[in-house]
Design a protein around this ligand. Structure first.
Ligand SMILES: Cc1cc2nc3c(=O)[nH]c(=O)nc-3n(C[C@H](O)[C@H](O)[C@H](O)COP(=O)(O)OP(=O)(O)OC[C@H]3O[C@@H](n4cnc5c(N)ncnc54)[C@H](O)[C@@H]3O)c2cc1C
Length: 455
């Protein structure tokens, strides 16, 4: 592929300070006028996030169709000294995928949605292609139909099968990205053994659009696990759910997923979808387990006295999974919700979940809230409806509580803008300084998604 000449060590970036009109003209030239949106009335889907909590103005939305076009856009923005915000499916939940309300300079949003014709960047067709060829892609999440591969790599997404396959970083074996100066780094060979210095792909994983635009990824695929059984089990507490997660799985049986949701969340999923309560009795907590056992429930043990439903065929399994997978959506159906995503060591998860529930329940403006998540990963999600979008006190109280338990303020959604001020709660000053040095080296003009990751 013929790429445009690049800036580099011998050809340093100098801000030429183009006017807005000149920049728009360069963007039109780069991607075609029809792929540049500068009318604010047409930008809503790009400038408001999925949770509807975060939004801010953009100078324009640009939709390049190739790596070469991405490079031209990046060079034009570098010349103009205008920030760039890479955006995939805009399903991120931490305000990193949309501009901030008071950004000094509204960014150009670089939407990667048109890069879907390149197989590895299209999560949906990539997944289908993998399945058609007898393979499985290990990262799966409820936003699977909207999130892009680029976005999931940029956030190092987790999802429902992390215990079996690891996070996105564990799947990336090659990467291509356009750097802020328009240069292209490409290392897509996918060699199993390749100890040739820094792993740039691993660094771009979780970089949240602050280092460059990911334009292609080579992914590790897995052989499908085989037939599974899915169980939803009523539990009296998080501690009991933790205990069952180990004791209910027969020795030697592979655990594919262990998820948890609470009574208000299960209730809301039922009422929103018009479904009956799935268990015999009501329980404070429900545990969802998926095991690889040939699909005959032989992978579960000791559940004779439990209040449990087991799904063996695909449609019953999908029905059971939907109670868990719809949690984000059903809380959002109430209106704007605060969405928190934290993790704690497994040994303290039950205590942390109980304390977080008490803490949120006591907050005066909270109307409805739910606590659910990826139990096996120590990952707790909280959905809180009631406090206004700009009330950050409840978020801060949660993050400080998690830090006291030795946890992380972001398990899988990233830091974004929402938690940039709280990064120090779980990363040391030395670590943050090292990260800032990397950012300064890759993005000396500070144009890549400013305000995200670093306060
Ligand atoms: C219903 C629902 C369920 C979810 N479940 C999970 C879950 O289980 N696990 C999980 O980890 N997340 C989950 N998420 C969050 C979200 O789906 C993930 O963060 C996802 O990885 C974002 O992908 P995206 O393409 O939508 O990226 P966007 O939201 O567009 O962007 C997210 C971040 O990545 C950057 N970015 C996007 N594309 C690129 C690119 N090509 N190059 C460089 N930077 C880029 C953006 O600048 C931004 O900072 C969920 C979200 C929803 C709405």
């Amino acid at each position: 592929m013929q790429l445009p000449p690049v800036f580099g060590k011998d050809n340093p970036v100098t801000a030429i300070a183009l006017s807005t009109d000149d920049l728009l003209a360069r963007l039109h030239e780069a991607v075609g006028a029809s792929q540049v949106i500068s009318d604010p009335s047409l930008m809503e889907q790009y400038v408001v996030d999925w949770s509807r909590r975060f939004s801010g103005p953009a100078l324009a939305v640009v939709r390049p169709g190739s790596t070469a076009e991405v490079a031209l856009v990046m060079r034009a923005c570098a010349d103009a000294g205008v920030p760039v915000l890479p955006q995939g499916g805009n399903t991120g939940l931490v305000g990193g995928s949309v501009p901030g309300p008071s950004d000094a300079q509204p960014p150009v949003i670089l939407s990667t949605r048109r890069l879907s014709s390149i197989d590895p960047v299209d999560s949906l067709s990539g997944r289908r292609h993998a399945a058609a060829a007898g393979w499985y892609y290990g990262v799966d999440l409820a936003a699977r139909d909207s999130a892009t591969i680029g976005g999931t790599v940029a956030t190092n997404a987790g999802g429902i099968h992390v215990i079996a396959y690891g996070m996105t970083r564990a799947q990336v074996v090659g990467i291509e990205a356009v750097l802020p100066d328009g240069s292209v780094v490409s290392h897509l060979s996918g060699l199993l053994k390749d100890n040739t210095g820094y792993d740039l792909g691993a660094l771009l994983c979780g970089s949240e659009g602050t280092l460059g635009v990911i334009t292609a990824v080579r992914l590790r695929l897995h052989r499908p696990a085989g037939r599974t059984s899915v169980a939803l089990i009523g539990c009296p507490s998080y501690a009991a759910a933790m205990e069952l997660m180990s004791s209910a799985v027969a020795p030697g049986v592979r655990l594919l997923a262990a998820e948890v949701l609470d009574e208000p969340g299960l209730d809301l999923a039922c009422t929103t979808a018009g479904l009956a309560w799935p268990l015999v009795a009501r329980h404070p907590v429900a545990l969802l387990l998926e095991v690889v056992d040939g699909g005959d429930a032989s992978g579960f043990v000791g559940l004779d006295d439990a209040d449990v439903i087991v799904g063996l065929d695909a449609s019953e399994q999908a029905r059971i999974w939907s109670f868990r997978e719809r949690q984000g959506e059903v809380f959002s159906s109430l209106g704007m919700t605060h969405k928190l995503d934290v993790s704690v060591p497994l040994a303290v998860l039950a205590d942390a979940a109980d304390e977080l529930k008490a803490l949120v329940g006591a907050y005066p403006t909270v109307e409805v809230f739910g606590v659910f998540g990826h139990l096996a990963d120590g990952n707790i999600h909280l959905e809180i409806h009631g406090p206004p979008a700009d009330d950050t006190a409840i978020d801060l109280a949660i993050l400080e509580c998690v830090a006291r338990y030795g946890g992380s303020v972001s398990a899988e959604h990233g830091i974004g803008r929402a938690k940039a001020g709280e990064l120090h709660l779980c990363r040391s000053a030395t670590e943050i300084a090292a990260m800032r040095a990397i950012k300064a080296a890759w993005d000396p003009q500070g144009l890549m998604n400013p305000g995200v990751l670093f306060a």
